[in-house]
Design a protein around this ligand. Structure first.
Ligand code: ZN
Length: 567
């Protein structure tokens, strides 16, 4: 009798004990796992169930969650971090730039032709090849005959006899077509155009392939339009591009209703594999009105889509001297840049956003733009109860700040959403625009902002820069160009530590979208979003960082990308 009861008691105990340990769907073991979680900063293993983290620690402790059905993934000593979050980029732009050739940054007309040639090899005859971003003044040399300052189509036509090609100029004011495109459009020596544009012709009267201003429509009307099919293609390209770069969440800086509908459709059909935090295009009043009425949409489909912020623009960019400055440009006396949205609108949207529960994210590059926006935010905050920091308004780019304004970010709880990679790309010439003093005092001052208590979040502004987080991480911790110059980095006291850079791409980025409770670190209960690298980015020598590759991406507990190194 006694034995019977003991057995009963024992089996009762075991049944209870068993049910207390959740059985994992997947267990990741043998990793060097940086959790961005203070209590357990580095662990070996993580267990996942129903898309959430259920255990972390040593292999031994985590393997206790292993059941008959559990899958075990051996990371083989590789490095894992929380899934990376790009906190400012343009999702559909990333996709479209994959569909079109990006011709920026080329050194010659031959390089452009080579790039098109590569695409021709992968494209079916008859399909259009589109590109954008070339600029003959940025080429080192030009071997094509030059007519009216532009190259002619001959080389391009020779490598693409069967595919129509149209390549838009960086300015958007002209384009280059090949012979096939002109044939389809019925353009020849007899073509005349007098509607506010030109069909460029050589001395024999033959079209050179260049169409400027409104004459671009002669070709444009034959190019298949963006339509639902192309939108979907671009969407799928963007998903692929993000996942292969280890990006599991994406703050999409400006969407319209069309894009929201596309995301929702893909959420339903299970293709939205990157978590999107969408900012509504603030210039679209109808869109804002509708959302003010219906309120924010947060965490749709297990946290794959949230719409609770508004994107505004306050100025232009530094390169074109459109950034709005307090003092004139160093390289153009008297020029102050300009604002792009009446400042009253920034106030009005801020006030409404606070009322209806939306965050405001305003593009501001120059010190004047940053100051003006901080002023409007501050004024709007005075209309509400409670702490302004609860509303987490953001400054997109926050590139150049007056020293007096640096502490205001922390004081107001405004988040600088910065792109370290812009410093790497732009700093070599940005000093011409701003001069040494302003560069040192207030440009790309990540560490000054962090020290003042601001939460700095990171990203790429893709497709302006590649979506690659490793390059951006490198820029964050070295303040060098991607060529590794200058040796000690620009304004080295402003470098982020590797821990700060990782936080800016994970937990702090999640804070920027009010999601730090559900993602951004590897903790029990959070979404199982992970990025796996082939090198220990937190410890490898600086020059090894750029050689690091993403080898696996996990979203919601599912392996959504692997380069085959881990099976
Ligand atoms: Zn942007």
């Amino acid at each position: 009798m006694k034995t019977f009861f003991s057995i009963l008691l024992l089996s009762f105990f075991f049944a209870n004990y068993q049910s207390k340990i959740d059985v994992a769907d997947t267990i990741f073991i043998n990793g060097k796992i940086y959790t961005v979680y203070e209590n357990q900063p580095v662990v070996q293993a993580v267990a996942v169930k129903d898309g959430k983290i259920i255990a972390l620690g040593s292999n031994e402790s985590v393997l206790k969650s292993k059941g008959n059905q559990s899958e075990t993934i051996d990371l083989g000593g590789k490095t894992m971090t929380p899934g990376l979050i790009d906190s400012h980029a343009h999702f559909m732009g990333v996709g479209y730039s994959k569909l079109e050739l990006n011709l920026m940054g080329l050194s010659s007309y031959e390089a452009l032709v080579d790039k098109v040639k590569e695409r021709v090899a992968k494209t079916k005859p008859g399909e259009w090849i589109l590109g954008r971003g070339w600029h003959q003044d940025k080429w080192d040399s030009i071997t094509s005959p030059v007519i009216h300052g532009f190259p002619i189509h001959k080389l391009l036509s020779a490598i693409s006899p069967d595919n129509p090609v149209y390549l838009r100029h960086a300015s958007g004011h002209a384009g280059l077509a090949n012979a096939k495109a002109m044939e389809i459009a019925g353009i020849d020596a007899s073509t005349e155009f007098d509607g506010g544009g030109d069909v460029f012709k050589d001395k024999d009267g033959n079209p050179t392939g260049i169409f400027n201003e409104t004459a671009q429509s002669l070709i444009g009307r034959y190019i298949p339009k963006n339509n639902a099919v192309r939108d979907q293609l671009a969407f799928e390209e963007a998903i692929k591009e993000c996942l292969s770069n280890g990006i599991t969440s994406f703050h999409d800086a400006g969407v319209n209703q069309n894009t929201i509908d596309l995301y929702k459709k893909n959420l339903e059909n299970g293709k939205l594999k990157v978590r999107i935090y969408a900012m509504l295009s603030g210039g679209n009043r109808g869109l804002l009105k509708r959302f003010y009425k219906s309120g924010p949409e947060v965490g749709l489909g297990d946290g794959f889509l949230s719409i609770r912020s508004i994107k505004l623009y306050s100025d232009g960019a530094l390169g074109s001297r459109g950034a709005w400055l307090l003092e004139p440009y160093e390289d153009m006396p008297g020029e102050l840049g300009h604002s792009t949205t009446p400042i009253e609108n920034i106030y009005k949207v801020s006030e409404d956003a606070l009322k209806y529960g939306f965050q405001v994210c305003t593009h501001a590059i120059g010190d004047r733009a940053n100051r003006e926006v901080l002023d409007q935010y501050e004024k709007a905050f005075s209309t509400i109860d409670g702490k302004s920091s609860d509303y987490r308004f953001r400054m997109e780019h926050a590139q150049h700040l007056h020293p007096d304004d640096i502490p205001r970010f922390a004081e107001l709880g405004v988040i600088p959403a910065m792109q370290a990679i812009h410093m790497s790309s732009d700093r070599p010439w940005a000093i011409d625009r701003l001069g040494e003093k302003r560069i040192e005092e207030g440009a790309y001052v990540w560490q000054k902002l962090l020290k003042s208590g601001a939460v700095v979040i990171n990203g790429t502004d893709a497709p302006v820069e590649p979506v690659n987080p490793i390059e951006c991480f490198y820029a964050s911790v070295t303040r060098k160009t991607l060529k590794g110059t200058p040796p000690g980095g620009y304004e080295p006291d402003q470098k982020m530590t590797r821990a700060q850079a990782l936080r800016s791409y994970t937990l702090d980025a999640a804070f920027g979208s009010f999601e730090e409770d559900v993602k951004g670190s590897i903790e029990i209960g959070k979404y199982a979003d992970f990025t796996v690298f082939d090198k220990d980015i937190m410890n490898v020598p600086e020059e090894e960082i750029l050689k690091t590759k993403v080898v696996m991406t996990v979203v919601d507990g599912e392996v959504v990308y692997t380069d085959g190194l881990i099976d």
